[in-house]
Every structure is written in structure tokens, then in C-alpha cells.
Design a protein around this ligand. Structure first.
Ligand code: FES
Length: 115
């Protein structure tokens, strides 16, 4: 693996329906396991900055613990209160049992492929 990707966890570290947070390049990235599909995103609510990984994972939606903003991991966009507004997500690769996260967020073009 080249320097563009960070090894953050193994698939055994994050049970289905749960999230974990990791340091990556000075920031905090959360990784969620949605039915064995892994999603990485900035672990910071766009409202007041609390850790999204402290919230709830409802299927593929992260619900912030404080004021219940809803972040859809499948579409990489808010569901509530600003439907369609993108939030910061990162590409994920699984190699063997390792979870690799790219060191820079998805581009607009990559986001369109998530819909
Ligand atoms: S801090 Fe997350 S919804 Fe307000």
C-alpha cells in the first residue's frame, strides 16, 4: 500500500452496527460498519463539532448525539436538517482483514458515484 492510504483498523475491530474513531494525519476519522460495509467520515458534526462516533448508527445513517442531525453514509449527504448537503467522507479499501482509509476526502466526482 502506498502513502496515500492509512491502515486504521481491521474488520474485527468494528462490530456490525458500530463506529470507532481513529487519529489520521492530525484529524479524527470515524469508521462505521454497516452490515459489513465500511464507511469512513470526519468524526465531527457540522453543527457544533461534537464527535459523530458518540452518536447512534441507524442502518446507514449516523445520528448526532446532541441535536440529532442525520448523516447518510451511503449518499455522503445530510438527511436532516439540510437534506442533500454533502459532508466529509473518505474512500475505504479492505485488503485481507485490514481497513485502509485514503488520506484525503472524497472528491465531488467520487461523491456522485456514491448515490
Ligand atoms: S452538535 Fe451535532 S447536531 Fe448539534
Amino acid at each position: 500500500m502506498d502513502d496515500h492510504w492509512a491502515l486504521l483498523a481491521t474488520v474485527d475491530d468494528i462490530p456490525i452496527g458500530e463506529m470507532r474513531s481513529y487519529l489520521m494525519d492530525g484529524g479524527v476519522v470515524a469508521v462505521a460498519n454497516v452490515n459489513a460495509a465500511f464507511y469512513a467520515f470526519a468524526d465531527k458534526c457540522e453543527h457544533m463539532g461534537v464527535a459523530l462516533s458518540d452518536g447512534a448508527l441507524e442502518n446507514d445513517v449516523v445520528v448526532c448525539t446532541l441535536h440529532k442531525w442525520r448523516y447518510c453514509l451511503r449518499t455522503a449527504a445530510l438527511e436532516h436538517p439540510k437534506p442533500g448537503k454533502p459532508f466529509t467522507t473518505f474512500p475505504v479499501k479492505i485488503e485481507g482483514r485490514n481497513i485502509w482509509v485514503r488520506r484525503w476526502p472524497k472528491t465531488v466526482y467520487e461523491r456522485q458515484g456514491t448515490r
